[in-house]
Design a protein around this ligand. Structure first.
Ligand SMILES: [Fe+2]
Length: 201
């Protein structure tokens, strides 16, 4: 997959939808359809880090925000399983509806299909790498929410081990040194906390 130039000068939008308008519509759609904690505690931080990395790597921040907004749309509509595939189908419908140009659509769809660390599709473009990294970075901002989200594990020990694993996988998923640098202190603090609990389990 080629790296697609998504700098500001190449915002190839057809028709009368401008990127600002598209972002507003997609923000509303995602915010409206995600349960509130998902929006507040996952999508919002994911957007924050996607834009931060986009700035560092000089790719279009609006495209990065659009990809971050849509990266979990499959999970929202059809559940966690295969959401990197269902998300591609759903995001394509939305992006086509707003007449986003095909090269930006392709770039965003690849970011969605490759954003999960647990599947065998690796991010090949800068945008895809940014979304995969931002997805993991968002987790480090929200450690306590995972104890709430995974309370279905029934025992504290099972929930704890799941969260502990999630954090470790998240760190491995962060392949960009720039992302690691931003999150290093936070991840070290998380490790300190979790490792001290681990000693009692
Ligand atoms: Fe995500």
């Amino acid at each position: 997959m080629k790296n697609i130039n998504t700098t500001k000068s190449s915002l190839l939008l057809k028709g009368h939808f401008c990127m600002n308008k598209i972002l507003n519509k997609v923000r509303y759609l995602v915010k409206d359809q995600f349960e509130e904690t998902n929006w507040k505690y996952h999508i919002v931080p994911c957007i924050k880090y996607a834009k931060k990395l986009a700035k560092i790597f000089k790719i279009n921040e609006e495209v990065a925000e659009l990809a971050a907004l849509l990266h979990d749309i499959g999970r929202l509509k059809f559940g966690k399983r295969d959401h990197h595939i269902t998300g591609v189908v759903e995001a394509e419908k939305i992006l086509k509806k707003y007449k986003v140009s095909q090269n930006i659509i392709d770039d965003i769809l690849h970011a969605i299909e490759s954003h999960r660390g647990s599947i065998n599709i690796s991010p090949k473009t800068m945008l895809a790498k940014i979304i995969a990294n931002a997805d993991a970075m968002a987790h480090f901002d929200m450690l306590p929410i995972f104890f709430y989200w995974r309370a279905d594990k029934k025992t504290f020990e099972k929930t704890f081990l799941w969260v502990d694993n999630k954090m470790k996988r998240g760190w491995k998923k962060m392949t960009l040194p720039e992302a690691q640098e931003i999150m290093k202190k936070k991840y070290e603090s998380i490790r300190l906390l979790l490792d001290s609990v681990r000693g009692y389990i």
